[in-house]
Design a protein. Structure first.
Length: 319
């Protein structure tokens, strides 16, 4: 008997295991961030902005801006999509990362959205993300460039968002409206590149996750694959991970794919033996105070700034 047949006959314990794994990871994040503090003298925080008329905590976003800039609304904007295996996570875990990025003269908006459950599927998750993005760009208009960052499963969602952005057919399939802005860059932190988040020996866990993810939208299952989604209009990409991460090997496979498509990207990888800190999944977002995290995050900003200069040069050459 195949595992999916067993699941249909009523073996819900793997779903409980999935939630147990994810909730344990959330507790680890909270433990790792307990000694961090946001520098409110350097950063302006507009917290818990609702993006729906009838909203819950899942329909809020924050915006971080540097105090040192007279008009921060004229700065480039990064929207971040949190990870959490599609089923947990919160914008609050991007709080200190956002504070660090803001003082590099960027606006940054971490968003909340409904995560998948028995009631919410991938399509509805993506609809929330686009509702949030549309509200952010409407309220904080004036920025010259727009970037998307995603970490872990949020990085896969970020790829999906960028693919939908440039494809009217996908927009119709997901039932979303895309803002009239060009995406200037995409940052992928410890990205899985598909919906199979766990090793093969944990197939029952993957099955339980996917059953919720694609409930009432099974036609979308083939779309959650970065290579299948990719198109020539996708923005330049920044990729990072470290050598002991669960998705580390996937980064090189995807990098080879980008090379084969001659797509612009930059990557930065870390060997755990080369640093003093004890690293973990998406460490540069969870602990932006680590010296290696600062190097990675500044490298992303440097790449985005280089892309901006290229855009300016290209516009001048057209005149």
């Amino acid at each position: 008997m195949r595992y999916d047949e067993k699941e249909e006959k009523g073996v819900p314990m793997f779903r409980d295991i999935l939630y147990s794994i994810c909730n344990s990871q959330v507790k680890q994040i909270e433990k790792r961030q307990k000694d961090l503090a946001l520098d409110t003298e350097a950063v302006i925080l507009s917290r818990n902005q609702p993006y729906k008329e009838k909203y819950s905590p899942s329909h809020l976003y924050d915006v971080y801006q540097p105090r040192a800039i007279e008009d921060p609304f004229q700065l480039p904007l990064i929207i971040t999509i949190h990870g959490g295996a599609f089923i947990v996570g919160d914008k609050k875990y991007h709080r200190y990362y956002s504070g660090f990025i803001a003082v590099q003269n960027y606006q940054i908006a971490p968003i909340n959205f409904r995560v998948i459950s028995e009631e919410v599927n991938l399509k509805e998750e993506i609809q929330d993300i686009f509702d949030a993005i549309n509200d952010v760009v409407k309220v904080f208009k004036g920025f010259p460039r727009l970037y998307i960052m995603g970490e872990s499963a949020g990085a896969m969602l970020a790829i999906l968002v960028c693919a939908i952005w440039n494809d009217p057919k996908l927009q119709k399939k997901f039932g979303v409206k895309v803002p009239d802005y060009k995406l200037s860059g995409l940052a992928l932190i410890a990205c899985p590149y598909n919906h199979q988040l766990y090793p093969k020996f944990m197939a029952p866990i993957n099955y339980s996750s996917n059953k919720m993810l694609f409930a009432r939208c099974s036609e979308l299952k083939e779309l959650v694959d970065a290579k299948k989604l990719w198109n020539e209009n996708m923005p330049p990409v920044f990729i990072t991970d470290y050598d002991k991460d669960i998705f580390y090997k996937r980064q090189f496979d995807f990098e080879e794919f980008l090379k084969s498509r001659n797509h612009p990207y930059r990557s930065m990888y870390v060997n755990h033996k080369d640093v003093e800190e004890k690293l973990f999944h998406t460490f540069n977002v969870i602990r932006p105070d680590y010296e290696i995290s600062k190097k990675i995050n500044l490298e992303m900003i440097a790449y985005f700034n280089e892309l901006a200069e290229k855009e300016k040069t290209a516009k001048k050459s057209k005149k």
